[in-house]
Design a protein around this ligand. Structure first.
Ligand SMILES: *[C@@H]1O[C@H](CO)[C@@H](O)[C@H](O)[C@H]1NC(C)=O
Ligand SMILES: *[C@@H]1O[C@H](CO)[C@@H](O)[C@H](O)[C@H]1NC(C)=O
Ligand SMILES: *[C@@H]1O[C@H](CO)[C@@H](O)[C@H](O)[C@H]1NC(C)=O
Length: 300
């Protein structure tokens, strides 16, 4: 019986497909480096561990979390970083091992109620801040190790536990603002310092620390939002034209002082109208619509 042309041409195609599949399974799929390594590990393990010949090992480079031995306990390979997947079972060697100062933990941060499966991730053993030999503060030892791994020539080490003592640094400075008379404005100033800083506000050309005795001005101060930070606010209520000027946030501790200026522009409604700023036109339109709908409920 003669074969149909379709069947004859399908046979080599099928063979090609089978070969392509075989090739694909022998090669690690593309993806992040550590996932590629995971698949390579599976392949190597499938063949069992050969006698260890260190001279045949590839030298891993740029290992930010340090180096660990491979699944066969032979060659060095890069350890997994904080936040990367890892094997909860120490005898498994799929995702790989976490670096020094890290441990493999089930991540409870995910939204389990939405059916997310907790993943084992490398997490830092310590959450204590440290001062590096480069004079920078690191949130914890794992951050310092990553920095050290990224620049091996810098010989970065731990100078002492706790943050580096430093003069204040302004993390978020007050922004220039403008508004119309009668409105309120707020300036904010976020400062990192160790020892902790104090914040004060002054207006250029005035000799006093705000708020002084002005009931329209108030000053607030609280810790945070991050560790070793403080935040200060200056609020000016019911703006008057005389409030216009430059305000400065001063942050001070035993090691020094920094300042950040911000200007306040106060417009009268007439001045505002003559600028013709579209955003405020729409604001006026909104106000008019409000009054209209209040006046005539039966308008519709
Ligand atoms: C780091 O240490 C090495 C060896 O001790 C030294 O040769 C090199 O100059 C050091 N680098 C820095 C930036 O201090
Ligand atoms: C002016 O102040 C009001 C509140 O007092 C605020 O809603 C508005 O966004 C401010 N306008 C500008 C341009 O900052
Ligand atoms: C703004 O200007 C327009 C015309 O330029 C005028 O009709 C309107 O009444 C003014 N509004 C205010 C609040 O002054």
């Amino acid at each position: 019986m003669p074969r149909s042309p379709a069947a004859t041409s399908a046979l080599p195609l099928l063979l090609l497909l089978v070969r392509a599949l075989a090739l694909a399974s022998a090669r690690p799929p593309p993806g992040p480096d550590y996932l590629r390594r995971s698949w390579l590990r599976l392949l190597v393990e499938g063949e069992g561990c050969a006698p260890c010949r260190l001279e045949e090992c590839a030298a891993p480079r740029g290992c930010l979390a340090g180096r660990v031995r491979d699944a066969c306990g032979c060659c060095w390979e890069c350890a997994n970083l904080e936040g990367q997947l890892c094997d909860l079972d120490p005898s498994a060697h799929f995702y790989g091992r976490c670096g020094e100062q890290l441990e493999c933990r089930l991540d409870a941060g995910g939204d389990l109620s939405r059916g997310e499966v907790p993943e084992p991730l490398c997490a830092c053993r310590s959450q204590r801040p440290l001062c590096g030999s480069d004079g920078r503060t690191y949130a914890q030892i794992c951050r310092l190790q990553e920095a050290a791994g990224a620049q091996p020539d810098a010989n970065l080490t731990v100078a002492h536990p706790g943050p580096c003592e430093s003069e204040p640094q302004i993390v978020s400075q007050p922004h220039d603002v403008w508004n119309v008379t009668g409105q309120d404005v707020i300036f904010g100033c976020e400062v990192f310092a160790y020892p902790m800083a104090s914040i004060e506000w002054r207006k250029d050309g005035m000799d006093i620390q705000l708020p002084g005795d002005d009931p329209h001005i108030s000053v607030q101060f609280r810790g945070g939002p991050q560790r070793f930070q403080v935040t200060g606010w200056l609020q000016i209520q019911a703006l008057r034209p005389s409030d216009e000027g430059t305000y400065r946030c001063f942050a001070r501790n035993a090691l020094g002082q920094v300042e950040a200026p911000a200007s306040l522009t106060v417009l009268t409604p007439d001045q505002l109208n003559s600028t013709g700023i579209p955003q405020l036109w729409s604001l006026n339109v909104l106000r008019e619509e409000e009054t209209e709908s209040q006046e005539g409920e039966d308008y519709y």
